[in-house]
Ligand binder design. Structure first.
Ligand code: ZN
Length: 193
């Protein structure tokens, strides 16, 4: 079965058990949001105990507080009433394994998938690539805890984010499934109003 067929088959089963979920309200019932990494090992519904309708989950590479992540968070409180936010990065994040310079070089070389070895990513494609990568801020991670602090602090000081919303900073441990607080991040995200 192709991935497409697998997904559509799984969806048919999901629909069979959908039950009362069609009556869920649009605003998240538990009034909170999680910004986290797209890493396939992370399942916020499981690690944070979410059901459909409970919370907003905003995901990108690294779980970074990009302009677009903040756009979603602003909509999350302003239109849909969330009152607490979590920024959750994780151990062994792929965003720790390259820099802007590296991914720009890989993309300039080819658009094929690079190989990951002990010395990082190397390009194995034929090319041509594109120089467009030079115009993207890839928001890579040099220091795991500091990145959580930086993202929480950026959200806290954003002019469209009210001081009444606490922003908690955590790292998810991919070996144990545990959420580990980054106290400096949570302190940076403390309510100010
Ligand atoms: Zn990640």
């Amino acid at each position: 079965m192709s991935v497409l067929e697998e997904v559509l088959t799984a969806n048919r089963h999901y629909v069979e058990g959908f039950g009362e979920k069609g009556d869920l309200a649009l605003p998240p019932a538990r009034q909170f949001a999680i910004l986290t990494c797209m890493d396939a090992r992370l399942d916020p519904a499981k690690y944070a105990g979410l059901s459909e309708g409970d919370a907003h989950v905003i995901r990108n590479a690294g779980g970074r507080a990009s302009d677009d992540a903040i756009r979603s968070l602003v909509i999350s409180y302003k239109l849909l009433g969330t009152k607490e936010w979590f920024v959750i990065h994780h151990s062994d994040c792929g965003m720790e394994f390259f820099t802007d310079e590296v991914i720009r070089g890989l993309l300039a070389n080819s658009l094929d998938t690079a190989a990951l070895g002990p010395d990082g990513f190397t390009d194995v494609g034929e090319g041509p690539g594109s120089a467009e990568g030079a115009y993207v801020d890839w928001l890579t991670i040099a220091d795991r805890s500091q990145a959580v602090v930086d993202d929480v602090a950026r959200i806290r000081r954003h002019p469209l984010v009210p001081g009444r919303i606490p922003v908690y900073g955590y790292v998810y441990d991919v070996r144990s499934g545990r959420l580990i607080e980054v106290p400096a991040a949570t302190a940076a995200g403390a309510v100010t109003a």
